[in-house]
Ligand binder design. Structure first.
Ligand code: LER
Ligand code: MN
Length: 267
């Protein structure tokens, strides 16, 4: 099992971030805890000291399996489905730069909250059309990079909440480098049977976020991770399993408990 954990390269308001900033110190800590990878949440690649980042990742022998992009929405309001074309254009430009960053790490680019929100039932169809169009532009330009749309629970967006909706979007976009990121926290809210939905996603699943039902570390809530691991084995999932969890009771404990628990159920 390839485990990674999310680190935000800049301070951010999003709560399910075990680590934020202090890249040198936190990346070393993540490696020391036994993680094979560090997922980077990046608001804007132009804010990064890329050479220093690559050096610290390589020194610690870590993989960067995925780049999170949602802070461009959370902190700057960039959205692929805004009714304002200039905002859509800026979101697409930002994702082009995220794809360049991801290509260097062979990482998946996450399309999470940057998809935006429709805001009303009448606005949903036009927003879907804008989303398909934008993903075709972004993923069509960087065909060597994988892009993964994350079904997100209804309290955070009204666009693509479930695996079924995600798979239908994958069909509409129709590009080999476009698939899904599943997140057990969102799935606990939206899916009838998390393991069955993982099997449905199959090889269209490019990445996985894990958190327990309450977004604590796995084992801190009531999600059945043994069933999830069994489903991942069934589909022969070989990509990363990445902890996107709240830093509770504190970052290091949450990160250590995640590893301990995931190892205990796969041993
Ligand atoms: C991001 O990966 C995510 O899971 C969303 O909840 C962002 O708010
Ligand atoms: Mn997630």
């Amino acid at each position: 099992m390839n485990l990674s954990i999310v680190l935000s390269t800049q301070p951010a308001s999003f709560s399910a971030l075990a680590y934020q900033g202090k890249l040198k110190e936190n990346i070393a800590k993540i490696a020391e805890l036994g993680y094979a990878g560090v997922e980077l949440a990046v608001r804007d690649p132009s804010l990064l000291d890329l050479k220093a980042l690559e050096a610290v990742v390589n020194t610690n022998n870590l993989v960067v399996p995925a780049i999170g992009t949602g802070q461009a929405y959370g902190e700057e309001g960039l959205s692929l489905t805004s009714t304002d074309q200039s905002i859509r254009d800026r979101a697409i430009e930002r994702l082009h730069s995220q794809a360049v960053l991801a290509a260097g790490f062979k990482a998946v680019v996450i399309l999470g909250l940057i998809r935006g929100r429709a805001g009303s039932p009448e606005a949903e169809d036009p927003a879907h059309d804008l989303l398909v169009e934008a993903i075709k532009v972004v993923a069509g330009k960087a065909t060597q990079v994988k892009f993964a749309l994350e079904p997100i629970n209804r309290y955070e967006t009204d666009l693509i909440n479930t695996v079924v909706a995600g798979l239908s979007l994958v069909d509409k976009v129709g590009l080999d480098n476009f698939g899904l990121l599943l997140d057990t926290f969102h799935m606990n809210i939206e899916e009838k049977d998390i393991a069955a939905s993982i099997k449905d996603a199959g090889d269209r699943m490019f990445h996985l976020h894990i958190a327990d039902s309450n977004r604590w570390y796995p084992g801190g809530g009531h999600t059945d991770f043994a069933a999830i691991v069994e489903a991942l084995d069934r589909i022969d999932y070989k990509a990363f399993i990445s902890a996107e969890i709240m830093p509770l009771p504190d970052s290091d404990t949450a990160a250590a408990k995640t590893i301990e628990f995931m190892r205990s159920i796969t041993a």
